[in-house]
Design a protein around this ligand. Structure first.
Ligand code: ATP
Ligand code: MG
Length: 611
């Protein structure tokens, strides 16, 4: 069973969708209640003597192991595994390895990692092996022979070019191949020749014999087997003929007892063939009934993102990003390194829902889901990304030279009562602190609530320096600044009100105009902070065949050396923080260590991309 199983009532609170309605209606009608399950995939005979399938429904996630999974796959994973979880079913992880390409173990492993990380187990146990489509080649071959025997398939030896022309198009019906009327005996012999390796690649295909005049071109005798003299990574040289995807996929579903085979909309036109094939194999008693059914939903299109595996591979191979797990990549490994959590991606998948029509989801929806998850969970910390030194000129006089005053703030200000003590952050303040460069303005803009020096007005009157609080520390008043040879501000000066320490009786004895974050010079830690932004600056980077590389955002990564508060010495890779006023950050899972603090900006505190 896919974990974690929620209380029975939980799914009732989830927004319904057309897939949930179909499943619920199937459960009420007992559509799949009589299916048997022999404990492993197989044909009708394999399951015939077994007990009833304990899984109420079976769904599957069937990736081709030819790349890293991306946010679109995350939607499909959350959907398929989520439905199985909610309806006491099982979701299968099946590698669709019907192409005899070299298997890439890196991809296989990364796919398994991604599904696990998202919180799901496959095939009914926490340690189950994934299924693989190539295990079903023997049955697929038998099914093909069965179709030939029934006069429902033939070996076509037209040239590829003739086959294409004779298929017709939307306005023109197809023309029968001269090989279409071959006898069953001839077809069996010729298919055996194909299998025996007597025909070269491309010289013949096996086609289902359906209807060359069908308005659906997919029903015009689709090819179901082709010749490929290639070594398969699992089956070796056993086969030199391989099933076409449209033939293989329904069979994989049938052997695995899949009840609801959920795929993206571009497969809608394939559904009639899916049903045709399932009906023929059911009639022949080859597969268990009722056969699986296919349902289509709209794939995820996310603004400012490309999800084609080919394009993602290009970003990596041309070094536009540092790798598949670059925190700007929409891959699951990239999102994870950026600071996304499984919960945020699950919420996202649920929030965008499933529909039957294509649309674009705004990137800010994804970011909103992460903010929501981290708001209550991420420990707070102070960091200064663009440091400017602030000197409290009366410090020695007020507290004694070299004095350092301990301060504390809760790590989780919204945590339930009583938990704050456990998660308190400790740091200290002294004569010098780091502040953000833009928290000081020599000539403050209107409404500025940060540091600004005393100003002499045109009428000769003086506006005093601003009074603000150093968060968790003292209230101070700005007195001026120093500048370097270029006229840039190099140091800000202020005086401290010694009785105003946060959390003490005098805290409110002086009125502050604002609060700024800071880090003490004496106990600040240096950290590399990587300020990530969107990889593309256009909403639809690859729409209409546009060259997506043209809209790469040149400012998608800016690395700064920052100062962070001492509590971050304990940060472990993958730990998430809210740097107060700055955003959510994660300790980089690749480069961060105790001796080399590296934080990635996951998302800002507010949506800065609102149009
Ligand atoms: P790509 O086109 O990027 O190469 P793919 O669809 O070929 O992706 P598969 O490995 O075949 O990749 O995908 C596995 C599953 O993920 C399929 O069931 C597919 O429908 C689903 N999937 C792929 N992309 C998306 C997406 N953008 N939104 C929702 N589901 C998706
Ligand atoms: Mg695919």
């Amino acid at each position: 069973m896919s974990k974690p199983a929620p209380p029975a009532a939980e799914h009732e609170h989830k927004p319904s969708n057309f897939l949930r309605q179909i499943i619920e209606s199937d459960l009420v009608q007992g559509t799949h209640a009589q299916r048997r399950w022999a404990g492993s995939p197989g044909d009708a005979a394999h399951h015939a003597q077994a007990a009833l399938d304990p899984a109420k429904i079976r769904t599957r996630f069937p990736p081709e192991p030819n790349g890293y999974l991306h946010v679109g796959h995350a939607k499909s994973i959350c959907l398929n595994f989520g439905l199985a979880r909610d309806y006491q079913g099982i979701c299968h992880l099946r590698f669709d390895d019907t192409n005899p390409e070299k298997e890439n173990l890196e991809y296989v492993n990364s796919i398994m990692d991604a599904v696990k990380w998202l919180g799901f187990d496959w095939n009914g146990a926490s340690d189950a092996s994934p299924y693989q489509a190539s295990d079903y080649f023997e049955f697929m071959h038998r099914a093909a022979v069965y179709l030939i025997e029934q006069g429902l398939a033939y070996v076509d030896e037209q040239s590829a070019e003739d086959m294409r022309i004779n298929r017709g198009d939307f306005s023109k019906p197809g023309i029968d191949s001269p090989f279409r009327s071959r006898s069953i005996q001839d077809n069996l012999q010729r298919f055996a020749d194909m299998r025996a390796g007597q025909l070269p690649d491309g010289s013949a295909v096996l086609r289902a014999k359906i209807d060359m005049a069908s308005p659906n071109i997919n029903m015009r005798d689709p090819a179901i087997y082709r010749i490929r003299h290639a070594t398969h990574h699992h089956t070796g040289d056993t086969w030199c003929i391989y099933p076409m995807y449209t033939f293989a996929h329904p069979i994989e579903d049938a052997l695995e007892n899949i009840t609801h085979s959920i795929c993206t909309l571009e497969f809608e036109d394939q559904r009639p063939f899916y049903d045709w094939l399932m009906a023929r194999l059911s009639e022949g008693g080859l597969i268990q009934t009722p056969p699986p059914r296919q349902y289509e939903f709209a794939r995820l299109n996310l603004t400012y993102v490309v999800t084609s595996k080919r394009k993602l591979a290009q970003l990596v191979s041309e070094h536009h990003v540092s790798g598949w797990d670059d925190p700007r990549m929409p891959t699951i490994v990239g999102l994870r390194r950026r600071g996304y959590t499984p919960a945020s991606l699950q919420t996202f998948a649920e929030r965008i829902g499933v529909t039957k029509s294509d649309s674009w989801i705004d990137y800010s929806t994804l970011e909103g889901c992460l903010r929501e998850d981290l708001e209550l969970k991420a420990h707070r910390a102070m960091a200064v990304l663009e440091p400017l030194k602030l000197v409290l000129t009366n410090w020695d006089e007020a507290f004694g030279a070299g004095h350092s005053e301990p301060c504390t703030l809760p790590a989780l200000p919204h945590a339930p009562e009583g938990q704050n003590e456990v998660a308190a952050r400790h740091f200290s303040i002294g004569k010098e602190v780091w502040i953000e460069r833009d928290d000081f303005a020599e000539v403050p803009p209107k409404g500025y609530k940060r540091l600004s020096p005393p100003l002499t007005n045109p009428d000769g009157s003086v506006t005093p320096g601003s009074v603000i609080r150093l968060k968790g520390g003292y209230i101070i008043q700005c007195t001026g600044c120093l500048k370097d040879a270029n006229g840039a501000v190099s140091e800000v000066h202020a005086t401290v009100f010694p009785q105003t320490k946060s959390g003490t009786a005098g805290a409110d004895s002086v009125k502050a105009k604002g609060v700024i974050t800071w880090v003490g010079v004496a106990d600040a830690l240096r950290a590399e902070v990587r300020l990530y932004d969107r990889l593309f600056s256009e909403e639809h980077p690859d729409a209409g065949g546009k060259d997506f590389l043209q809209s790469l955002n040149p400012d998608s990564l800016k690395a700064v050396t920052a100062y962070v508060e001492p509590s971050l010495a304990q940060a472990k890779a993958d730990d998430k923080f809210q740097f107060e006023r700055l955003g959510y950050f994660v300790a980089d899972r690749v480069d961060h260590s105790e001796h080399n603090l590296v934080f990635n900006r996951a998302v800002g505190l507010k949506d800065n991309w609102v149009k």
